[in-house]
Design a protein around this ligand. Structure first.
Ligand SMILES: Nc1ncnc2c1ncn2[C@@H]1O[C@H](COP(=O)(O)OP(=O)(O)OP(=O)(O)O)[C@@H](O)[C@H]1O
Ligand SMILES: [Mg+2]
Length: 293
């Protein structure tokens, strides 16, 4: 049988700075040694022939949130001519953090979240530190934490977001993150791969438009049974999510010490193979299997 042709989808900024996506060269090498024919392609490359691939795997399309409608239209078109992973249904659902509401309604423990769409009254917590962030975004863009005495600054952030057409999310600042960090559980082909841990990203007093280092003190982590349980509940609740090729579930602890989902990343999660080389063959096998299915 001919080698399966697999597109690994990235974006122009990653091609300019290859160190940004350290998974990509490892995935290429792993797929090549498994006998596949991987090609790195930008999602918005006008010359790409998506129908020529047996499988298109979204990996580091990290600029999509700047033109989400264009990205979703690309995903739909791509899925018409080949197999897209993850599926367009999943991608469409997952680009908008309102999915946390769906998970909560499905009984999955998530960080308590209120949504403020343009036109909504700006209801902010009366006490306790809180976080404002957008429903659509990445890299902690437009994200800041506020003590309740800085409500007025928070109101101005929400007003600015609304003026730009964004929906804001309000969450309690999960204090445990300063001690226990945020843990990410990575999955491929329906199997748990490994976990990583990073420290808190949001610095007190840092404005929403300040640069934030995305993975402070990133390291490997031994997932607990409680974390695995929450992550598996979250994945099981994804609409149309039975055939997910990859995924990452980020959890932080509530004041009761129990993990809650902060983010479920099914579009373009880092998988951090360089921290966990043994996971690469699992991802490669799942990818090849999806390509020949
Ligand atoms: N409610 C919260 N409590 C404490 N920290 C938070 C909270 N929400 C977000 N953060 C911090 O901000 C970071 C970015 O937030 P989040 O992961 O929700 O959005 P994101 O922009 O999609 O992030 P990324 O794409 O970098 O993973 C988190 O990794 C975490 O450190
Ligand atoms: Mg995140």
């Amino acid at each position: 049988m001919a080698s399966p042709r697999i597109a690994l989808v990235t974006c122009p900024d990653v091609l300019l700075d290859p160190d940004w996506d350290r998974d990509l060269p490892l995935a290429v090498a792993g797929l090549e040694s498994a006998g596949a024919d991987p090609v790195v392609v930008c999602w918005n490359d006008p010359h790409a022939d998506w129908a020529a691939f047996d499988l298109v795997v979204i990996r580091s399309a990290w600029d999509y949130f700047k033109s989400v409608e264009e990205f979703l239209a690309w995903a739909d078109k791509c899925a018409e001519v080949t197999t897209l992973a993850n599926s367009t249904e999943v991608v469409r659902w997952n680009v908008d953090k309102r999915y946390l509401g769906d998970l909560s309604r499905a009984g999955v423990p998530v960080v308590e979240t209120r949504y403020l769409a343009p036109g909504d009254a700006v209801g902010l917590p009366d006490e306790g530190e809180f976080v404002i962030k957008p429903t659509l975004g990445a890299g902690a863009l437009f994200t800041a934490r506020y003590p309740s005495k800085e409500r007025e600054t928070a109101v101005r952030q929400v007003a600015r977001m609304h003026a730009e057409g964004m929906t804001a999310m309000v969450q309690p600042y999960m204090r445990s993150i300063d001690v226990r960090g945020e843990r990410a559980l990575h999955f491929a082909g329906g199997r748990f791969l490994h976990a990583t841990r990073k420290s808190a990203v949001l610095v007190q007093g840092a404005p929403y438009d300040a640069y934030k280092f995305p993975h402070p003190q990133l390291r490997t982590w031994e997932a607990t049974a409680a974390e695995l349980d929450v992550a598996e509940q979250a994945l099981a609740a994804v609409p149309g999510g039975s055939g997910l090729l990859y995924g990452r579930v980020d959890v932080v602890d509530g004041d009761d010490g129990r993990p809650r989902v902060l983010e479920l990343e099914l579009v373009e999660p880092h998988l951090f193979f360089y921290l966990h080389p043994a996971s690469l063959p699992v991802f490669v096998a799942a990818t090849v299997e999806a390509a020949v299915a």
